[in-house]
Design a binder for this molecule. Structure first.
Ligand code: NAD
Ligand code: WQD
Length: 336
């Protein structure tokens, strides 16, 4: 049997394919390479097996999707494929709703038709909007502040409704802030254009692609005044997907939201300092105005992941930044 991984050529998907390979699962990747490249697939084959199945197809193409289920013995699915840039989603809402909701609906339709019932979905801490309290638990109020966030919120609702009506069980993994890379340094995050996210930007400063990091505000109600997030190593996150598939195979039922974070918050200045230690030289930075829409602080309550999945992260911020730096320093231009 095989695990279908949509978006498996992307950042988190590729690391999860490695984790699946390590536990002996056969994998079928479907990706349209809209935010990845054949070089990522080649690197992934070197890390796993030359036989790794890669199907270049768009999830919005129902016939291609039907053929994937007809041609391969798929018994479980992880759905990563989506567009993920918050700012772009504000400028291009139709494209974001079309891709992220269309792919999710097409996928569950194909799963129901093929009789495949186990799904792990890439959700996000963005469904907590502006949290009133930290840490956020899975029972905290949900909502969104931009079209990308709404696509995650709506996808969760769609999947819960389908799970209530059809033989479908789904773990909705709400990721906090994934960073880091596989320790080989051969796969990693390769942002399109100028990165919006902190760690990819810091690493591009470290390789000389930008002069300095702009710290978006130091007047937040946090100990050093900068924003606090829950950064999670992408390999820990990858392993959470394997644990979620195991829980589904073990009989977990319904549509179950689960946070994937470390439960530890780090400030922007702490990340910049840890990155400087990983790189071996201080990272130039300056404080500028707050970024509109940013929240002061968030981190995850992690009990549910431990209880239901038996999963706990094992890598700290220093390891995240060391591994991210290994990837970035060996591939200053990503897969280009
Ligand atoms: P990514 O862009 O690196 O990977 C997504 C992959 O999906 C890409 O390879 C892209 O080519 C593919 N894709 C997109 N639309 C497709 C379609 N219609 N058909 C086929 N393939 C398609 O992104 P990532 O960082 O690996 O994120 C993976 C998932 O995790 C996304 O759903 C994202 O929203 C979610 N997520 C990411 C973060 C983060 O900070 N990276 C945080 C929370 C949630
Ligand atoms: C982290 C901190 C910034 C860049 C985003 C998405 C969210 C989710 C996770 C997908 C904040 C500060 C950043 C910079 C800075 N993704 N910062 N200078 O905002 O938590 O969330 O990724 O689901 O939907 O919005 O992550 O990495 O952008 O920012 O000072 O150049 O770093 O203000 O405090 P964020 P981020």
């Amino acid at each position: 049997m095989a695990t279908l991984v949509t978006g498996g050529a992307g950042y988190i998907g590729s690391h999860t394919v490695v984790a699946l390979h390590e536990v002996g699962r056969d994998v079928v990747i479907v990706d349209n390479l809209s935010n990845s490249s054949p070089k990522a697939v080649a690197a992934l084959r070197r890390l796993t097996t030359d036989d790794l199945v890669f199907v270049e197809a768009d999830l919005l193409d129902a016939e291609s999707l039907r053929r994937v289920f007809a041609d391969h013995p798929i018994d479980e699915v992880i759905h990563f494929a989506a567009f993920k840039a918050v700012g772009e989603s504000v400028e291009q809402p139709i494209r974001y709703y079309g891709n992220n909701l269309g792919s999710t609906i097409g996928l569950v339709e194909a799963m129901v038709d093929a009789g495949v019932s186990r799904l792990v979905f890439s959700s996000s801490c963005t469904v907590y909007g502006q949290p009133d309290e930290v840490p956020v638990t899975e029972a905290s109020p949900t909502g969104a502040t931009n079209p990308y966030g709404w696509t995650k919120y709506m996808s969760e609702q769609i999947l819960a409704d389908v799970a209530a009506a059809h033989p479908l069980d789904v773990v909705l993994l709400r990721y906090f802030n994934p960073v880091g890379a596989h320790p080989s340094g051969t796969i990693g995050e390769d942002p399109n254009g100028i990165p919006n996210n902190l760690v990819p930007f810091v690493m591009q400063v470290a390789v000389g692609r930008h002069d300095k990091v702009r710290v978006f505000g130091d007047d937040y109600p946090t100990p050093d005044g900068t924003g606090i997030r829950d950064y999670i190593h992408v390999m820990d996150l990858a392993e959470a997907h394997v644990a979620a598939l195991d829980a589904l195979a073990g009989g977990l039922r319904g549509a179950v939201p689960i946070n994937v974070g470390t439960g530890v918050g780090s400030s922007v200045l702490e990340v910049i300092a840890a990155a400087g230690a990983a790189v071996g030289t201080a990272i130039p930075h300056e404080v500028v105005d707050r970024r509109p829409g940013d929240i002061a602080k968030t981190w995850a309550a992690t009990d549910k992941a431990a209880e239901i999945l038996g999963w706990r992260p094992s890598r700290d911020l220093d390891e995240m930044l060391r591994d991210h730096w290994r990837w970035q320093s060996r591939n200053p231009d990503g897969f280009a």
